[in-house]
Design a protein around this ligand. Structure first.
Ligand code: PEP
Ligand code: MN
Length: 351
């Protein structure tokens, strides 16, 4: 159940509403509100609201509207917000801000190495990514690796290098955060917080990304075996904690055939456009695990109406410390940027 708060609400009526909501939900903690476009909203579980509570809620002067989506996710639901969410990336730092979602038709291409390895590798790649026409630089400083003996990332030093690469190129930066206690630190350097596939149900991390002080956009990857509802409920955690700026990223799901690293579920893209107003991008690198499949699956993703791509690029993919097999060269990236921009233009009927 979603409650929209009246704009010109006095502090007293607001406090009354919050106290009532705490009673209804049994919550010991203050209820968080989220600013979504021009509305301030709160969502609660409608199963907790009996007929008497419903009457009490409706009588509150702070309440503007009550709406109950029929889906388990509430604020993420397209039935609640019919307009596409538009998210600005990079407005708080020394880079060129870009917009994803809303009515913008140009695909947003995020590209860079899987992991920040050293200064030279990152700066070379960042400059090449910029020349190729991508709009956002990716790079992992904290890497979730299957084996504890694999390269784990440069940590804070990696964040410093990403910030330097941003200053040099003007590209906003996306990087992964793996633990709730690191959200504020990573947010000091990043323009977008990435929550990886393995952490899609790390609920304290989702909430921390929702209420951190900068409210940076969050790229939420689909989990290795997430259903669409579970994934949207993970997005709901972030939104319910106060941050409506969530970008979904399909990165393939686990299946039985080791020929590809994962199975890219492209049908989820148009399906998500029906279910949610959040922007959706595709990761053709982790989904396929094979660099030769990245260009064609990039085109296929844009044809399926993904609003962007996140692609792993390395100046010398065979020597990459992480995910070299799925990394492409800057030259290949340049072609993907050109082709997908053209494809999106054709899809708008402008060619
Ligand atoms: C990554 O983007 O480097 C990554 C680890 O992705 P995922 O969480 O999708 O595996
Ligand atoms: Mn990777």
């Amino acid at each position: 159940m979603i409650i929209t708060i009246r704009q010109e609400t006095s502090g007293e009526s607001r406090a009354q509403l919050m106290a009532l909501l705490c009673r209804i939900t049994g919550s010991q903690r203050p209820i968080t509100t989220t600013q979504m476009r021009d509305r301030e909203v709160i969502a609660i579980d409608s199963a907790l609201v009996d007929a008497q509570a419903q009457v009490a809620l409706q009588a509150q002067s702070a309440v503007e509207q009550i709406y109950s989506p029929k889906t388990p996710y509430q604020l993420a639901s397209r039935s609640f917000q019919t307009e596409n969410t538009s998210i600005t990336i990079g407005s708080n730092s020394d880079c060129t801000p870009i917009t994803i979602g809303g009515n913008s038709a140009r695909p947003v291409i995020m590209a860079g190495p899987c992991a920040v390895e050293n200064r030279e590798q990152l700066i070379t790649t960042a400059q090449a990514v910029k020349r190729a026409g991508a709009q956002v630089l990716r790079g992992g400083a904290f890497k979730p690796r299957t084996s504890p003996y694999q390269f784990q990332g440069l940590g804070i030093e990696g964040l410093h290098l990403l910030a330097e690469a941003r200053t040099l190129t003007g590209l906003p930066v996306i990087t992964e955060v793996m633990e709730p206690g690191m959200v504020e630190t990573v947010a000091q350097y990043a323009d977008v917080l990435q929550i990886g596939a393995r952490n899609v149900q790390n609920f304290p991390l989702l909430s921390a990304a929702g209420h951190h002080s900068k409210k940076l956009p969050v790229l939420l990857k689909r989990g290795l075996s997430s259903t669409i509802d579970e994934w949207l409920l993970a997005a709901e955690y972030i939104i319910a904690a106060g941050n409506p700026n969530v970008i979904l990223c399909e990165r393939g799901i686990r299946s039985y055939d080791p020929q590809t690293r994962n199975v890219l579920d492209l049908s989820c893209v148009p399906l998500l456009h029906q279910l949610t107003h959040l922007p959706i991008i595709v990761d053709p690198s982790h989904s396929t695990g094979r660099r030769e499949l990245v260009p064609i699956m990039s085109r296929a993703s844009i044809a399926a109406e993904a609003q962007g791509l996140i692609i792993e690029v390395h100046p010398d993919p065979d020597t990459a410390l992480c995910d070299g097999k799925q990394s492409i060269t800057p030259e290949q990236l340049e072609k993907i940027v050109r082709e997908t921009a053209l494809l999106a233009t054709m899809m708008r009927g402008e060619v």
